[in-house]
Write a protein that binds this ligand. Structure first.
Ligand code: AMP
Ligand code: GLY
Length: 445
């Protein structure tokens, strides 16, 4: 059994018909979450900390940093918050769940996300690999290396075929993974990582066998006992078409994904999702929130590339528009361990989101460009704000990833055409988007 804190009442005292929700984060994922939560029949007030120009149209933005737990507590008490929905990983790794859960003034507030211990699935690659090994979950062979066992690390590299995968153990803002073709270069970079190339996050390095296949993102909502799997998505990480150039925070996403068919998803459920939830229970890790499985299909066999403890960005901007059920109702069920009583109803269409980014991103770029054409977008498309700021009656760019344009369609082609057509109606100086989102999946549709 999960070790429940004595003062925790499984949030039975949530006023579920009139909920005040505080959503943490400020990107496209959080705009999509705010958009979906706003539609809930259970919602009273929605607050977003710190939010963006998009979330401001759906609730009230509040200037609280996502790890300022004391300010969050004061705000929650002042505004009768019933639930905190956590968008990004940083507050989870920093222990937002535990902070609220173990404080008798605020332990009645449900926090959607894992405990800090559960968040280690994302916060430490070594922890995640050991968890997978202990629970028989398919993943790449690996070895964890510190300055104390570099020689063994080099011997492990010698035993692997090229390319070599080196991962900083800790959070490194999505930049901590190196994939290197040359063995000597891999050994050199291993020493540099251990020497502080990624700061403290890289003082421990996980060396992994390279897996070759096609990737997808699977999001699982769990109450710690039962679970629901959301529509599967694929994101596009590189800046350039054909998956070239540097990594970004994500240039677009598609859902569902043709190769993640029923047979594949049955394997995901049996080999990965259920052993993950059982493993959390066995290790007495409290987890009521989203688990993000970064999967790779190696000749039809799913393997875990990474765990994250939140929803993906920009996948959320494609996945949430395909969910028909009331999301807040599902989140209450996750918080109160009643998810087995709920069904997750989904739309059988395709959704595509195309990210519009600032010229120069992911390297240097300028902020403050006026965004035009937002009112010209068709009503059945949704423009999620990722990096924007309101200035008077204008909306300005305020980040590398600026807007995520989502459209649905009966076919992938229809969704792609609508998303690109509407993205074309929006403009700002220097704006760029990849033109090939979903094109790899069109061939196998
Ligand atoms: P991660 O932060 O662990 O998701 O890694 C970032 C990206 O590196 C993944 O999305 C994959 O594209 C790639 N990657 C990570 N690990 C491996 C692996 N073992 N084999 C092949 N590609 C990988
Ligand atoms: N799109 C990948 C992520 O959110 O980490």
């Amino acid at each position: 059994m999960i070790d429940v804190h004595p003062s925790y009442s499984l949030t039975n005292n949530i006023n579920v018909y009139c909920m005040n929700v505080l959503l943490l984060g400020s990107g496209g994922r959080e705009h999509a979450l705010a958009w979906k939560i706003r539609k809930s029949g259970l919602l009273n007030n929605l607050y977003i900390a710190p939010g963006n120009a998009g979330t401001a149209t759906l609730g009230m933005n509040v200037t609280i940093g996502v790890t300022d737990f004391d300010a969050m507590k004061r705000f929650s008490l002042d505004h009768d918050i019933d639930m905190i929905v956590v968008g990004p990983e940083v507050p989870l790794v920093a222990g937002v769940y535990d902070y609220f859960h173990h404080d008798e003034d605020v332990c009645h507030i449900a926090v959607i996300g894992p405990s800090a211990e559960g968040a280690r699935l994302e916060g430490s690659k070594d922890f995640a690999k050991k968890f997978m090994t202990a629970n028989g979950i398919p993943t790449a062979r690996f070895m964890t290396v510190t300055l104390d066992n570099v020689t063994e690390g080099n011997t492990f590299l010698d035993s692997l075929p090229s390319p070599y995968v080196l991962k900083a153990d800790g959070l490194a803002a999505g930049k901590g993974v190196l994939i290197v073709d040359d063995l000597n270069e891999a050994k050199r970079l291993l020493r540099e990582m251990l020497g502080g190339m990624f700061g403290i996050a890289g003082r421990t390095v996980v060396i992994e066998e390279f897996l070759s296949g096609i990737e997808c993102s699977v999001f699982v909502l769990t109450d710690g006992k039962s679970y629901r799997i959301l529509p599967v998505a694929k994101d596009y990480k590189r800046i350039g078409e054909g998956d070239t150039g540097p990594n970004t925070g994500g240039m677009g996403a598609v859902s569902p994904v043709s190769f993640a068919d029923d047979a594949f998803m049955e394997k995901v459920r049996r080999l990965i999702v259920e052993p993950t939830i059982d493993g959390l229970r066995k290790e007495r890790i409290e987890y009521r929130g989203f688990i993000f499985l970064g999967l790779i299909s190696v000749e039809g066999e799913p393997k875990v590339i990474e765990y994250n403890v939140r929803l993906g960005d920009p996948e959320t901007e494609a996945v949430l528009p395909l969910i028909r059920s009331d999301l807040l109702d599902l989140l209450v069920a996750a918080a109160t361990e009643t998810l087995d009583e709920k069904t997750l109803e989904t739309d059988d269409r395709y959704a595509v989101t195309v990210m519009m980014v600032s010229g120069g991103y992911p390297e240097s770029y300028e902020n403050g460009k006026v965004i035009g054409g937002l009112d010209d977008v068709r009503d059945d498309c949704i423009v999620f704000h990722a990096g924007t700021k309101k200035a008077g009656d204008k909306i300005l760019t305020s980040g590398g990833r600026v807007l995520s344009v989502t459209a649905c369609g009966k076919t992938l082609d229809e969704a792609l055409a609508a998303s690109y057509e509407n993205a074309g109606r929006i403009s700002f100086e220097g704006c760029y988007c990849r033109k090939d989102i979903g094109s790899d999946l069109r061939r196998t549709q």
